[in-house]
Design a protein around this ligand. Sequence first.
Ligand code: OSB
Ligand code: MG
Length: 386
Amino acid sequence: MSGPFPVEDPAVARLSARPVDPFDRIDAITVRLPFVSPFGTSVHTWTCKEALLLRVESDGVVAWGECVADPDPYYASETTTTALHLVRDFLLPAVEPGLTFGEVEARFRRVRGNGMAKAAVENALLDLAAKREGVPLHALLGAEARPVPSGISIGLQDTVDALLAAVEEAVERGYHRVKMKIMRGRDVDVVRAVRERFPDVRLMVDANGDYAPGDARHLAALDAFDLMMIEQPLSYSDIVRHADLARELATPLCLDESIHDLADALAAVDIGACRIVNVKQGRVGGLLESMRIAAACAPRGIGVWSGGMDETGIGRAVNIHLQTVPGFTLPGDTSETSRYFHEDLVEPPVVLRPDGFIDVPAGPGIGVTVVPERLEKYGVGAVRLR
Ligand code: OSB
Ligand code: MG
């Protein structure tokens, strides 16, 4: 049943009214960072992180925005190349200092979809605003600093032993919940093996849309393993069948790929397609839209957590700041830097405290510093946009 469309969240309204700061130049830089180990999913195996970065300079202040798109369209339709096209030819031309963030967002709405490109611009402008004001990003979002819970996303492994070893390491490190990727033919037996060995771990699975509506009975076998949720079992393009599936399963469903904005989230929640939403700020078009989704889900009793896109330290910091916002109620896909990269672009790296929590950076803006030599080392292309 559809409820009323939510009124604007007060924190979002305040940020929307804020003018965009003046800037002197904007560059796009593409980087490629090798992963410590390949990340396998039902849709693709990634061996490195290619990311499009936006660098904004303003009176000697340097701000950053990382676009979460991959170089390929296997997780989402956007790629690093399409995002550069959209940023250069359609989004940046619509940005003028002095417009409010709300007005910029309204201009961006004329461009359909392409949330990851929009988010990259918004992220950079918000980092600039926070740095020029001398406050951490989470304060700009209206949230109090609080340690955020950790979560790990373990890719498909070649053997069950390798998976058990990865889960064991995660449990020893103190991660608050473990997510494992599943796909057709690598699901029930593998999950059973993990559950038998780790009876108490908070466990969930992510299928990246590998199943079809006819698989409901098969997926119901997962109900035996006390999973927190099943993430995106069916296609990214099919919210309605998730509602049908949800009625067949005891385990809550969570949507990732299907949710591109607040309207998608409300549609999914209203028809019972999910009880939990994975908010990736890039996928939904930025931090303002992420806050709207969290604010709309909280009173509906819908769990929200921040997903990840194996970001470099720039995007990882953004995800950590976002999770201080009320409404982010569950551990997200936020893990230590050392799991992904031998060397990241930024300092300091994300580390887990002994209690498994992650401290939100305290410095201005995103609160991490890009190391120029590493940008040089991992950069594969740069172009001045403004
Ligand atoms: O489906 O959540 C996903 C990474 C890339 C693309 C899609 C997904 C993921 C992850 C990893 O699960 C999240 C992370 O560790 O950043
Ligand atoms: Mg997912």
